[in-house]
Design a protein around this ligand. Structure first.
Ligand SMILES: Cc1cc2nc3c(=O)[nH]c(=O)nc-3n(C[C@H](O)[C@H](O)[C@H](O)COP(=O)(O)OP(=O)(O)OC[C@H]3O[C@@H](n4cnc5c(N)ncnc54)[C@H](O)[C@@H]3O)c2cc1C
Length: 363
């Protein structure tokens, strides 16, 4: 983590198992579903300490996205079957929402789920699906009615990734690694028992998901400090080597500015936590935090790569390391390239601005 490395699924699973063995597997879940039952303040302290210790963030798609939907809307059987295996990391969930032509405008999705006896038969194409290649399960939105209003015809299904008819095509991304995929669904049978809640209500369950995204945004915001520690080490090393050239001074000023703005973001997170602890509706604050987090994390990643200068180009050693350079170098460029995604996934920056404009500024 100190080297800016993004962990592989197997490493994240190992970390999740370690947390689970301490009873800390699901910091945001109630006790009755295997969570810690922590208050918002306790969760903040945990996240803050984890980031100070350079621990990785937990993989959120099972824990923060589908898990809470299952314990809020799922059947007793779904809760018993899926929740413990999310906490113990025996299952890995991926999110099958986006499609070609249905990203920001998710309600235009076209994947169809047609009833056939005691199963749905699903046909369609999901795209940009993170870590589908590592996933045992996918939660997906599919259209179960073409008659109803666009949002009303959508249902949420839990899909076993080993089901016949699922094919993956890997997508190589800008950072030259494989974390996203196309998921082709061709007559995939999903038992009725894996429909979450009511048929046609999948869209409204997304509202729970939006609430939970506050927690994800807040957790991410607390990680910028972690990223800036690595940048600071490089900037200080460059200053020592470069005897305070004009470029070094400019880098130090940019770093100081980023550190100050990061403190500002952390204070926003604390406000959100304080509101949540008092049971107040946090409104669109999560969008503000997501927006600022993506801007700051991109700026931090760019500053790191720029400070490394031409050394940063050596980011792909044969085994991922370049022996002649300090250990943090190989991942700086990869991190800067990967950071572009933060203003796209989880709702693009333009969409977050729309939410802030409408719900916060009343425009
Ligand atoms: C690396 C990566 C991982 C992802 N992982 C997943 C995943 O695991 N599961 C999943 O379901 N999806 C995933 N996504 C998909 C992601 O949620 C979408 O890419 C995102 O919602 C944007 O949708 P889109 O790509 O279709 O772009 P579009 O919606 O076509 O947007 C194109 C551009 O138009 C702008 N725009 C669109 N609508 C508006 C508007 N109303 N006002 C102003 N501007 C607008 C957007 O901001 C963007 O700049 C991932 C994406 C990436 C890149």
């Amino acid at each position: 983590m100190r080297a800016g490395l993004r962990l592989e699924p197997a490493e994240l699973v190992a970390y999740q198992k370690t947390l689970a063995s301490h009873g800390w597997g699901a910091p945001t879940w109630p006790l009755e579903f295997g969570g810690t039952g922590w208050t918002p303040t306790q969760r903040f302290i945990f996240e803050f300490e984890a980031s100070q210790a350079d621990a990785p963030p937990q993989f959120h798609q099972g824990l923060e996205l589908i898990g809470p939907i299952i314990f809020t809307y799922g059947s007793i059987d779904q809760r018993a079957r899926y929740l413990p295996r999310i906490v113990s990391a025996d299952d890995w969930w991926c999110q099958g929402y986006s499609e070609p032509g249905a990203g920001s405008d998710l309600a235009s999705l076209r994947t169809l789920a047609t009833r056939d006896g005691n199963a749905f038969v699903v046909n369609g194409l999901k795209t940009w699906t993170s870590f589908a290649h590592a996933a045992s399960h996918m939660f997906l939105l599919a259209r179960t009615s073409v008659q109803a209003r666009r949002q009303d015809g959508i249902s949420l299904l839990l899909v076993d990734m080993s089901a016949p008819g699922i094919k993956l095509r890997r997508i190589d991304s800008l950072d030259e690694s494989h974390h996203i995929n196309e998921v082709h669904l061709d007559d995939v049978r999903v038992p009725i028992s894996d429909l979450v809640g009511e048929e046609g209500k999948g869209w409204s369950y997304g509202k729970v998901l939006l609430d939970r995204e506050r927690g994800v945004a807040a957790g991410n915001a607390l990680r910028i400090r972690q990223q800036l520690r690595a940048v600071r080490r490089t900037v200080e090393r460059a200053a020592l080597a470069g005897a305070m050239s004009a470029a070094c001074v400019a880098q130090r000023i940019r770093l100081a500015q980023l550190e100050i703005e990061t403190i500002g973001l952390e204070i926003l997170v604390m406000r959100l936590i304080a509101d949540e602890a008092k049971g107040r509706n946090c409104g669109p604050q999560a969008s503000i935090i997501k927006l600022r987090w993506s801007e700051l994390t991109q700026q931090a990643a760019e500053l790191w790569a720029e400070t490394l200068g031409y050394h940063a180009a050596a980011y792909r050693g044969i085994d991922g390391h370049c022996a002649q350079f300090p250990a943090d170098m190989p991942y700086a460029v990869q991190g800067a390239l990967y950071s572009r995604v933060t203003s796209i996934y989880g709702g693009s920056s333009e969409i977050q601005r729309n939410i802030v404009a409408r719900r916060f500024l009343g425009l």
